[in-house]
Ligand binder design. Structure first.
Ligand code: T1G
Length: 658
């Protein structure tokens, strides 16, 4: 074995130098890896007993990309383009044996090789735009030469991952090896020795019609709202057909370096590392989760059916319970409807749907939950109903079974305290639609046992959710911050702004929808009911805006009622002069003279309100990290990821500045 650096080694097999990158956990292209690769290729070019080379990764990942942790410092030599030029311009064939994920710079390494063989389970992507950057080592120039410009725009401007089979269709990989990948790659490399080499950079860009390129660009940029990287990615890929390779490569590098130091990239790096940190809960490092194979879901309405569908997707057996057989049948139909939609979108096939339905039982027999390892309730949001249910379940489920409540606003401590074993109760707060939304607030109640919390996290991971642990407070992290956001938005109304101005200001900031449009989408009646519940205990000295109450008294409950803060002729959002008049009347009633409120003031005050509530959640110990709060608002409330979340935007999230 030859050590080319601490993380790159090689051995010669039948005249072929097998170069292995071994840099746990993801074989990221750190400075040491780049040095090792460059030395290995130089050795492979010079040694007399070598006729070809193979590059591969140790473990189950090929290369996870550039080392994101190095982004905070100026790039150290050798930079990746130098390494890839050495690979591409090698006189002896270099074969990439893609043994797993080939991401970002990792795929760029493979693209610089003269041949690419992938294992059947390999996945490939240039996900740089998800980090607010563009590929910086030839991805935008070599990929279109293999796939054509429209496909390259789709892959690079969205950052989506493709499985090996699709990569083969797209021309990214030359073949898929289901046997011994290394042996196959070594044989392939040996066979290529002495033959003319296919250098991606030297290939002509396949012709594509202007319409196809335009269509791909528009589709990729449709969801890029305010993000710079996707737009730059499209520009660079198009440049591949307009400029000589070397010139376009230099422009790509210049753009990469500029974006790397941008605020959007810093925000998205914060989000990347925050996601990794969120999964680590202090004190649970060595705690073993309980075994969960069967999940009970009580209440198969909108939330319950989504939770059930999500659990079926994750391979669990699901026992769905409703109050009556009729309601259970309706619940089953709802779940089946979700599976049908997944079938139509191609996400699952007929066999997948049949398998899921085989693992689903639905009935009104609460007793059948004695077989469940975990029961999640999604019944009507009423304390007595939920507490009563948990008291019944206490006598039905096994002693080691876990009870979880999906409440959004009620006190899970009170629900837990009504049971014999409060230590086995936690909150699992899903977001609607539960089978789509990634976010899951995992609520640690006052008595929740560590292994129960660990089980909640393990189940969340298996459901492919983003679990954020939080303590008990009204509305947990997300809804509590959203309430502060709503409060400040309503203050701005009284001060002189209008719903459409506030929404436009936040949509310009990057939100898909402004607050009032979201209130209308969610429906105004739930918040109204809560305000009425709180009226008796509300601090009379606290500022209170009653405009929303007047809307509700007028039956304006939002989009589903056809009118709320807006009216919805043909389902489209439209400003309603009646609402403007109501706002003006309520100001007059309070003797408030409206003043000009700028868009900047709107953004500044709403962001500050969210950050202040976040700071309170941190000081109360409800949230463990500022990054957790940012993840909740980004994944549950449409906060633009390229702004990093309210805490990062307020400069309060002190994460690893990669
Ligand atoms: N650099 C540094 N650390 C990384 C890393 C990377 N690229 N990828 C992962 N890690 C760390 C991560 O922080 C965590 O650390 C541990 O590895 C396990 O990660 C020039 C410039 C590869 C699919 O965007 O998508 O190349 O928390 O928990 O679920 O054009 O990690 O344990 O301390 O996510 O098995 C492009 C990013 C970079 C891929 C594995 N590459 N990584 O998922 O493990 S930009 C990416 C992932 C680029 C070039 C440009 C995933 C994964 P810790 P994990 P996983």
């Amino acid at each position: 074995m030859i050590a080319f650096s601490d993380t790159v080694r090689g051995r010669v097999d039948n005249g072929v130098l097998l170069i292995e990158i071994d840099h746990a956990p993801v074989n990221a292209l750190s400075t040491d890896v780049r040095k090792g690769l460059l030395a290995a290729v130089a050795h492979g070019e010079a040694a007399s007993d070598i006729v070809a080379m193979v590059i591969t990764g140790a473990g189950t990942i090929f290369i996870g990309g550039a080392d994101i942790r190095e982004f905070g410092a100026p790039p150290a030599e050798p930079v990746l383009p130098t390494v890839l030029a050495a690979i591409e311009n090698a006189t002896r064939p270099v074969v990439a044996a893609i043994n797993g994920a080939a991401l970002g710079g990792g795929l760029e390494v493979a693209l610089a090789a003269h041949r690419r063989i992938a294992s059947a389970g390999a996945t490939l992507a240039l996900p740089e735009v998800k980090l607010g950057i563009v590929p910086g080592a030839g991805g935008t120039q070599r990929l279109p030469r293999l796939t054509g410009i429209p496909a390259a725009i789709d892959l690079i401007a969205t950052g989506r991952t493709v499985p090996a089979a699709e990569a083969l269709q797209l021309g990214i990989v030359d073949r898929i090896e289901s046997g011994d990948l290394r042996a196959a790659a070594i044989a392939e490399a040996r066979a290529l020795a002495g033959a003319p080499l296919r250098r991606s950079g030297a290939l002509a860009v396949p012709p594509a019609t202007a319409e196809a390129i335009e269509a791909a660009s528009n589709k990729a940029l449709a969801r890029a709202r305010g993000q710079d990287a996707p737009r730059e990615a499209v520009r660079l890929v198009r440049l591949s057909a307009e400029r000589p390779f070397a010139e376009a490569l230099a422009e790509e590098r210049r753009t990469f370096l500029a974006l790397r130091d941008s605020e959007q990239a810093a925000a998205l790096r914060h989000v990347f590392f925050a996601e990794r940190a969120a999964a680590k809960v202090p004190g649970l490092e060595d705690v073993k989760p309980r075994k969960v194979e069967t999940i009970g879901v009580v209440g198969l309405g909108l939330m319950g059916s989504g939770i059930a569908a999500c659990a079926l997707d994750a391979g669990y057996a699901v026992i769905g319970i409703e109050q009556t057989e009729d309601a259970a049948a309706k619940g089953r139909a709802r779940i089946e409807g979700l599976l049908d939609r997944a079938r139509q979108s191609g996400r699952i096939d007929d066999a997948g749907k049949a398998d899921r339905l085989r693992r689903l039982t639905t009935s009104s027999a609460l007793q059948s939950l004695s077989a469940a390892d975990l029961v999640i309730e999604a019944v009507f949001e009423d304390a007595a109903v939920k507490t009563g249910l948990f008291q019944k379940l206490d006598g039905i489920v096994r002693a080691d079974a876990i009870l979880a409540t999906n409440t959004s606003y009620l006190d899970p401590n009170a629900i837990a305290a009504a049971t014999q074993r409060p230590e086995r109760v936690l909150g699992l707060h899903f977001f609607s639609p539960a089978n789509v939304m990634r976010l899951l607030e995992v609520v640690r109640c006052a008595r929740t046992a560590p292994d129960v919390l660990a089980t909640g996290l393990a189940v969340a991971k298996r459901l492919r959710k983003l679990p954020i642990v939080c303590g008990v407070t009204e509305g947990f992290i997300g809804n509590r911050i959203f309430s502060a956001y709503r409060r400040e938005a309503e203050f701005l109304l009284e001060d002189g702004a209008l719903p459409q101005q506030i929404d436009a200001a936040m949509e310009a900031y990057g939100f898909a929808m402004g607050p009032f449009a979201v209130f209308d989408l969610a429906g105004l009646e739930i918040a109204w009911a809560r305000r009425k519940r709180q009226a008796a205990t509300r601090d009379p000295k606290a500022r209170y805006v009653d405009i929303a109450d007047h809307l509700c008294e007028a039956g304006r409950f939002g989009q589903k009622a056809g009118r709320g803060w807006y009216r919805y002729p043909d389902g489209k959002r439209a400003v309603d002069p009646e609402v403007t008049a109501l706002i003006e009347r309520r100001r007059a009633a309070k003797g408030i003279a409206a003043r000009d409120v700028s868009d900047d003031e709107i953004r500044q005050r709403l962001l500050a309100a969210m950050a202040a509530e976040g700071a309170a959640l941190l000081s109360e110990g409800i949230a463990a990290r500022a990054g957790d709060i940012d993840l909740v608002m980004i994944n549950g409330y449409g906060f633009p990821a390229h702004k990093g979340g309210p805490m990062f935007a307020a400069g309060q999230a002190k994460g690893p500045k990669a």
